[in-house]
Every structure is written in C-alpha cells, then in structure tokens.
Design a protein. Structure first.
Length: 325
C-alpha cells in the first residue's frame, strides 16, 4: 500500500507531504519482512526451541530500527532520499545503505540455514535456500535501474513458493517436532508395502525415548518438548535424505528406510547409536537420552499388512526395552 502511495505526484499541500512520508515509511519498513523470515526459519529448524534463532531475530530487529530511524530522519536531512524544489524524487548520498543492510540480513539468514542443514526436511531444502533469490535479484535490479519497483514482486513470489511447498504440506507434519505425523506414516507404509518385491523392499525402525515420563515429571513439559526435538535432530542426522522420519505417537518415532537391506539397516541403527552417544557426551541439557529400538526389513512374501508390520517392530522394540537384546 505504501509503495502505491509513493507513485502519487503533486507539488505542495496535502499530496506533497502524503507522498513524502509514504516514501519515508516505505524505506523504514523495507527490512521488516527479513526479520519475519529469520523468525520463520528459526521455527522451522528448531520447533519448540526457537530461542536459538531469536538471537539473530533480535539482531535483525536492531538493524531494522536503525534503518527506520535513518529513513524517517531523511525527511529532514535527505540522507536516503529527498525531493527537490519541483518535487522530483532523488536518491540521497547513502541511498544504497538500506539495500546493503538487507543483503547482509539475507546472507546471514542463508548462513543460518546452511549451518543447521542437517535439521531441514529434505523436501524443504530447495525452498528454504531459494527464498532469498527472487527478492535479492529484484532488489539489485531495482537499485541499478532508477525508477523500477521490483523488490516487493520478488518477495511476493518467494512467499508464494514457501506457501505452496511448505505451509500447504503441513497437514502431514507434527507441529511440535517437525517430523511427519502418524497419518503420513501409515499412508507411506501402505504404499511401500504395495510397491515391495523380492528385488526391492524397505525397512523400518521404531524408536522409543526411554524414561520420557520421568523427564516430564521432574523437569517439566517444556523440557520434555526439548527432549523430543533433540530426538528428532539425532534421528534426522542419522538417516539418509530419501528416508522418512515420523512421530509414531507420544515419545515414539518411526524411520522408514527406502530400498534397504539388512546391512544398510544395521548401518543406520549403529549410526543412531553413535549420534546418540555423541549428543549425551556434548550436550548441556539437564537429561541423558536413551533409545529402545525395534527394526526389521519387510519381507514381501509374508503378505503382512502395514498394521501387522508395525506391530512386529513394536514388539521387537519392547523386547529391547525389557532387556531382551
């Protein structure tokens, strides 16, 4: 709306000041979508523990308010923009400063995504990395071509991509952990069974977070939520990009391994154990995580349904929990 108002023209009177302050607030609010984007990325990468991203959000807010002050003061001092005696818009001596600031914010967000790459759902990797490209390209084109207005169009296009590829698919996502939910797991399991053959099958691992009730009772449900998020992070770092991770229910999770045999299954199970041991050795959390697991390669000749196969790995998991390794 502000961008539209800046296109009005007229010298003196109400229109003059209307356009002047529309330009000022348009420049002032420019970096705000990037603050929201940093917050969105933090929620996506650290569900239930956004504080890790909030440090960057607070830094971005500081940059936003500094830019806002600079833009609004330009009404009087002409630093970012000014209007001459004929009420023609001109770029000020530090016109490019807000754009450089936004480019830095974009790059810092991209660096945050890269640094936490292992936490990203494989299907979301391209979308999160691609988000900054259209507004960055459009912003540079706008800066280099006087009179063009492209940056908001680029931002709108990126938001549309995020909505289509991430938000619209959240019906199958467990909100707390970011893993797939039980509905998606059941459907995927049925599809894998239908597609299984003697030449190619799949495997599944059911993981139970031991003593989760004690964590909730002694440390509180907020800490329990952190334990679930940490569990998902450990599992996500341990599996392959084409494997599926879902929350089976409560403190139980299920990994579906595409095209896996016994050797690959053993490798993944060992990797989970290694990542778990490393987490407990390096973490400063007030708890130690422990998993019980049941796993099996699906045998197409058995003719078992998805429900029967899930019960089989569930029984194996409880055998391990009881010490029957």
């Amino acid at each position: 709306v502000l961008d539209v108002f800046t296109k009005f023209s007229g010298k003196g009177g109400f229109v003059h000041y209307f356009v002047l302050w529309s330009d000022a607030f348009s420049f002032a609010l420019g970096p705000l979508p990037l603050v929201f984007w940093m917050r969105y990325v933090g929620c996506a990468l650290f569900p239930g523990n956004e504080e890790k991203a909030d440090r960057w959000v607070h830094l971005f807010l500081g940059a936003f308010f500094a830019n806002a002050a600079l833009s609004l003061l330009s009404v009087a001092f002409g630093w970012v923009f000014y209007f001459d005696g004929s009420f023609v818009f001109h770029r000020g001596p530090i016109f490019f400063a807000p754009m450089l600031l936004m480019i830095v914010m974009v790059m810092l967000t991209e660096g945050f995504i890269i640094a936490n790459h292992a936490r990203i759902e494989p299907r979301h990797i391209f979308t999160l990395h691609f988000f900054f490209v259209p507004p960055l390209v459009c912003g540079i084109m706008q800066a280099l071509n006087y009179g063009s207005f492209l940056s908001l169009s680029g931002l709108s296009f990126s938001e549309l991509i995020v909505f289509v590829h991430i938000q619209n698919g959240n019906i199958n996502i467990d909100y707390l952990t970011g893993a797939f939910n039980r509905r998606k797991l059941d459907r995927q399991m049925r599809e894998r069974i239908r597609a299984s053959s003697a030449a190619r099958t799949f495997a599944a691992i059911l993981i139970d977070l031991d003593n989760f009730k004690l964590i909730n009772d002694r440390l509180g449900h907020n800490v329990g939520d952190l334990a679930l998020a940490d569990t998902v992070a450990i599992l996500r770092e341990s599996i392959r990009t084409n494997d599926m991770l879902a929350r089976y229910g409560g403190d139980e999770f299920c990994v579906v391994l595409d095209g896996a045999n016994m050797a690959e299954l053993d490798t993944i199970v060992k990797r989970i154990g290694d990542r778990l041991a490393r987490f407990n050795a390096e973490s400063d959390r007030p708890y130690v995580l422990s998993f019980s697991m049941g796993c099996r390669v699906y045998d197409p000749a058995s003719g078992k349904t998805a429900l029967e196969f899930q019960k089989e790995i569930d029984d194996l998991m409880y055998k391990q929990k009881r010490g029957e390794r």
